[in-house]
Design a binder for this molecule. Structure first.
Ligand code: ATP
Ligand code: MG
Length: 342
């Protein structure tokens, strides 16, 4: 069966990049796939999280999924730490993945920064846990932003190495030789990498110290307007065609955001707005962003005010997720040669 898995970290400051690169796509994929959407709290603690804040953020990410239109009844919305298969499988995959593979991961280098000796072991092993998240459900499709492409490729390599390393055992148990399927990344559309509003060379990120760099899903209309008006641009008017966006990262970014919010594409946006001054285009972008985000923001607020409903959704999701992961985990234990409690 074709199955979608994806996750968002409860690390605070959910932003427009998370929405356009991930959550909005989650909603669209529900029509075509069986979907699991996970609040990945085990990933979040790879960098320090204040415990009270973490709790709040977990519910906020779940609320964002639901407010954006994810159906927690038809599909599965859950919290990673409530399903032990993630951590269990991650350990096995820690023993499959090679140090050399992880040493190439650019996210670790960026997040660890200069003080690498002081980064948590979890931050280093993060991509193995992400592989476990996907493979525990034998998910076939993974919608993510462009920044996660390298981790997805690693997950594919890990799946293949597991299948190869244990091919004899897999055959002996009469299981499919492709025990773990190759998960397909779904990285498409005009907003796979939304950039900072202050710096066209940096991705919009939860952890950017400057709040003006991102539009938060909790921002109100005035905050959105102020941030877009202050967004960095070059002095030229918008180009008439997409070729004119090359070497103009800030213009490219704002046009991409507009296109994604309008369910359109950059060429169509420029057909309408090409030649306009940024002051004009930014006003159109403010109107569109507020129109698209404010219903979501309002619904998030409503949902967070009643954590009972969110917690019940997460509990039901975890139960159903566990039911899918359990047979896979049991098979993994048999394949590896563990003696299971029966
Ligand atoms: P952190 O700084 O804590 O890593 P983040 O903003 O990168 O936060 P994640 O929870 O790591 O958010 O990522 C959740 C999803 O959002 C992933 O699919 C990721 O690829 C996507 N995403 C994150 N930032 C962007 C962005 N700027 N543009 C498009 N997609 C993004
Ligand atoms: Mg990230």
């Amino acid at each position: 069966t074709e199955r979608v898995f994806s996750g968002v970290q409860p690390t605070g400051n959910l932003h427009l990049g998370n929405y356009l690169g991930a959550i909005k796509r989650f909603v669209e994929l529900q029509q075509r796939f069986e979907c699991l959407y996970c609040v990945v709290d085990l990933h979040a603690i790879t960098v320090w999280q204040d415990p009270a804040e973490l709790k709040r953020s977990i519910r906020e990410v779940a609320a964002a999924f639901l407010a954006a239109g994810v159906d927690g009844e038809k599909h599965i919305v859950f919290n990673q730490s409530q399903v032990s298969a993630h951590a269990e499988l991650a350990w096995v995959l820690n023993c499959v993945a090679r140090l050399g593979w992880l040493n190439r991961m650019t996210q670790f280098k960026e997040k660890a920064g200069k003080d690498r000796e002081n980064a948590s072991v979890g931050l280093y092993a993060y991509p193995n846990l992400m592989a476990a998240d996907i493979l525990a459900y034998r998910a076939t499709h993974v919608p993510v932003g462009e920044d996660q492409k390298q981790h997805l490729e690693l997950a594919r390599d890990i799946a293949q190495k597991f299948n190869n390393d244990f091919s004899a055992s897999i055959a002996e148990l009469g299981l499919d030789e492709k025990f773990f399927p190759q998960p397909e990344p779904l990285i498409a559309g005009p907003a796979t990498r939304v950039m900072s509003l202050r710096d066209g060379a940096k991705k919009m990120s939860k952890s950017d110290a400057s709040d003006a760099s991102r539009i938060n899903l909790t921002d109100d209309a005035d905050q959105i307007a102020a941030k877009i008006r202050r967004a960095k641009t070059d002095p030229l008017p918008l180009p008439e065609s997409i070729e004119g966006l090359k070497e103009r990262p800030e213009a490219d970014n704002l046009v991409g955001i507009y296109a994604a919010l309008a369910d359109s594409d950059p060429a169509a946006v420029l057909a309408e707005h090409g030649g306009a001054q940024f002051s004009q285009f930014k006003q159109a972008l403010v109107d569109l962003t507020v129109a698209r985000l404010s219903p979501i923001t309002a619904e998030m607020k409503r949902l967070v005010a009643d954590p009972g409903h969110i917690d019940a959704t997460l509990a039901s999701g975890a139960e159903r997720a566990e039911a899918i992961a359990k047979p896979t985990m049991d098979a993994v234990k048999d394949i590896v040669g563990f003696v299971r409690r029966s």
